[in-house]
Design a protein. Structure first.
Length: 174
């Protein structure tokens, strides 16, 4: 995976050799990407440890492979075998039935996004699994509310109507 580094991450940028950075396509000037080694690893990984840990990119700080286990969004076993193995090993334990239900709602939201990509405007859903998982985390409560309204005694809300409601909610400032 390419690592996104924002312009304001000056300490990070200073610690990464310039040859490893290149402008992020489609993003404003100053946004950079750091590639990976010929083995598919972060070039800042030395002896299985981050050599710039204290100044690692925000993307790395935010990343947590448990998001795949939590959402059920699959990742490519061939290109990300180590992450896939970690994801398979995660077993969630729940404090209550409510937390189990919340996890189920999250997985349902992620599944809805994956199954109904054609109901969203082209390019509006992320194409990368980690971004799709993050979007599911962002919308799952809204999705659960919409799903609850989906079928009442009087009528059912279509998947297209749910997708439209999700897009409307996402277009509003947070």
């Amino acid at each position: 995976m390419f690592i996104h580094i924002k312009p304001e991450e000056t300490q990070t940028i200073q610690r990464i050799p310039r040859v490893l950075l290149f402008p992020a396509p489609g993003l404003p000037k100053g946004h950079m990407l750091m590639g990976y080694s010929d083995k598919g690893h972060c070039p800042m990984l030395v002896d299985d440890q981050c050599s710039i840990y204290e100044h690692r990119p925000q993307t790395c700080r935010d990343y947590d492979c448990r998001i795949f286990a939590a959402t059920g969004v699959p990742i490519n076993q061939q290109t990300q075998a180590e992450i896939a193995d970690r994801v398979k090993a995660w077993v969630f334990q729940y404090e209550s039935d409510d937390s189990r239900e919340e996890h189920r709602m999250l997985k349902d939201a992620a599944d809805f996004l994956q199954r109904n990509q054609d109901l969203f405007p082209p390019g509006s859903l992320p194409s990368y699994p980690v971004q799709l998982s993050a979007l599911a985390v962002r919308i799952y409560r809204l999705f659960a509310e919409l799903k609850a309204k989906m079928c009442t005694d009087a009528s059912c809300m279509s998947d297209a109507a749910i997708a439209h409601a999700v897009m409307s909610a996402l277009s509003k400032p947070e």
